[in-house]
Design a protein. Sequence first.
Length: 566
Amino acid sequence: MNEEKINMAEEVKPPVSFIEQIIIDDIEAGKNGGRIHTRFPPEPNGYLHIGHAKAICLDFGMAQKYGGKCNLRFDDTNPVKEDVEYIDSIKEDIKWLGFDWEDREYYASDYFGKLYDFAVDLIKRGLAYIDDQPADIISSQKGTPSQPGIESPYRNRSVSESLSLFERMNKGEFDEGSRVLRAKIDMTSPNMQMRDPIIYRIIKSAHHRTGEIWKVYPMYDFAHGQSDYFEGITHSLCTLEFEVHRPLYDWLVDQLKTNDYRPRQIEFNRLNLTYTMMSKRKLLELVQESKVSGWDDPRMPTLCGLRRRGYTPGSIRKFVDLIGYTKVEAINDVSLLEHAVREDLNICAPRVFAVLNPLKVIITNYPEGKTENVELINNPEDESMGKREIPFSREVFIEQDDFMENPPHKFFRLAPGMEVRLKGAYIVKCTGYKKDESGDIIEIYCNYDPTTKSGESGSERKVKGTLHWVSAPHAVDAEVRLYDRLFNHDDPAGQKDDDYRSFLNPGSLKILKHCKVEPSLVSASPLDKFQFQRLGYFCVDYDSTKEHLVFNRTVSLKDTWAKIHK
């Protein structure tokens, strides 16, 4: 009965979000001809992290679900911070998550000419002007939410003078920061975004697509809404910090539009995770200071880092479905993400044997020189994955933790006089052990019962303990990297009075260099995923070769973090 309840719970679909309900209502009302067209507009100034995955799943997912389209549009309005490397990585990450923009790859720079012409039109209509004041003065004149701003002394500059200065700005005649173009809206507006926002600034760096053509570049708020309008976007989905920007978004589109069509901006809460840092700037600092090995370090929340660690696209999409979309900012427990990847890998990952801290067991009554194969199921959750055979011999490796000289009560592993089953093989009984000069146990001696081979007559005899193992003569050496959470504070980003670096977890990476794995893993390729039985889920690292196997721990079999750190 309990199992039935669990299965029923798993089949329950997540409730329709408020965003999806808006889309449904718009379709039923025939708005925009019933079409759905979204966009994902990343800045090509860094690698995508799991927070971006939430936006990707929403933008592409809603279009996919309701027969619409989703554009990929790079917001490349700041050539100082942008790089083609980031563009390539963003496209790879979106494809990896399972989404496709087809032939709709766009750039804000595609519209630089149109945006410039629109800015000129605003000047001509008395809705924009050139301000010669430095940025700090302009900022100080903005006022506060309860106090109106102060008008710039250049606010009533003549149209002809502003037009001339704007043209000269684009010719490179003035220094960066010496002049800006501001929209003329309302310096008394309760929304400070409407207090004559800057819409163009001077940047003299070459652009990765347009080269040296432009010396003035649009601000995000100016380029964003207009790009949506040019592309026919129906629903512009963005995170909550842009809610106060929406009146400006609408105002600018209203100055541009020629009919009733206008994109609709809808905001949702960001994805925040415990024990995780999402700030691009701080993640970059971790990379630059070698606190991590790079953007794809498996401890990073970047999509390339999660991919290298062994996370699956399906697990990330499932996690996003679980947390949903609301208007309330919250911090999600990272254990929910770890649960999602366990659920996914449990279904798709083959079971294999690996011993991380080897201890040799010699089965003294097993014939010397004999090798036999034992048959094991690759994945009990999926019979189509079949079975495999692995070698068994007189000497095997088990985990050091699976033997105790003086075990406590209810220790069901190996100890003097105790029996265990070597999974898929025989029941063995410990008859003795050997220590080195330091007192460390280096060998275990056992007898086996030849009538207890798994799957054969006599194998029904039961013992309480079952251990994984690897045949010593056939074992393959491997390096295993045990990754854990990068921070040991549940909210490192929220600790304003402390340096976030002080919360770095010193145990976030442990490297084991003398592990032993079954011989079938020699043929494994980078990013292949496995369950190391009794140990957790692991992924083949990019560094791995047939001569030097390297595995990353994706996640443990159970959430032990909460128990250890509560």
